[in-house]
Design a protein. Structure first.
Length: 213
């Protein structure tokens, strides 16, 4: 459990809020890096099976600030001049994999030191995009913050092979490129499906955003 002042985005979620003092890495985010980290680079990206703990979970031995920085993101107090939401579903062999809370939260001890403009507050799969200027954010940045590998052929430890396939859908339409470069958009539904070839369930095409999100 993260300690801090309890607050949250519009929608009534109750989550820790960063201190009112900006962090040393505070800056204006204007766009994603041209290349995102890969396993074995500056941060460790999980190539194992789910579930995947986020770096901000106390006691998992990961430096959440390093993962936010590796995603090309600053961290600061919550900024809401630009504010919208997308949704992510992940299914492995027909079973959902939870997207955890606190992605993008930077912790020092048991306190929240800052919040990246790209983050989650709960396990709903809703991705919060909040910045002080308009800018593009990528799905791959979410996975770097999470510490999980995402490529065209693998998510975490689940990879394409002779009997398994990986498919990514955006609003129900299959995406054929590198999923890490998908640009997040308002009320977008992204579904990552992994399973036996020809046995993937139909992907969700929309998500109902409630409570003013």
């Amino acid at each position: 459990m993260l300690a801090g002042v309890l607050s949250g985005c519009a929608g009534g979620s109750t989550t820790p809020k960063a201190s009112a003092t900006p962090s040393a890495s505070a800056s204006t985010y204007t766009g994603p890096p041209s290349v995102l980290p890969v396993p074995g680079s500056e941060v460790t990206l999980s190539t194992g099976p789910a579930p995947w703990l986020p770096p901000a979970v106390i006691g998992n031995g990961k430096d959440s600030a390093a993962y936010v920085a590796a995603a090309g993101l600053p961290y600061d107090v919550e900024m809401l001049q630009v504010h919208y939401h997308a949704h992510l579903d992940i299914n492995v062999d027909g079973k959902p994999v939870a997207v955890p809370p606190y992605l993008g939260f930077v912790t020092q001890g048991r306190n929240v030191a800052g919040l990246a403009p790209l983050h989650t507050h709960d396990s709903s799969g809703i991705i919060h995009i909040e910045n002080n200027v308009p800018a593009n954010f990528l799905l791959g940045q979410v996975f770097v913050e999470w510490g999980v590998r995402l490529t065209a052929t693998c998510v975490g430890g689940y990879c394409v092979d002779a009997t398994h396939e990986l498919a990514v859908f955006v609003n129900g339409t299959r995406y054929s490129g590198d999923p890490s470069r998908i640009v997040l958009a308002k009320h977008q539904e992204i579904a990552i499906e992994y399973g036996g070839k020809g046995k993937l369930p139909p992907p969700p095409t929309t998500y109902v955003f409630r409570n003013g999100l």
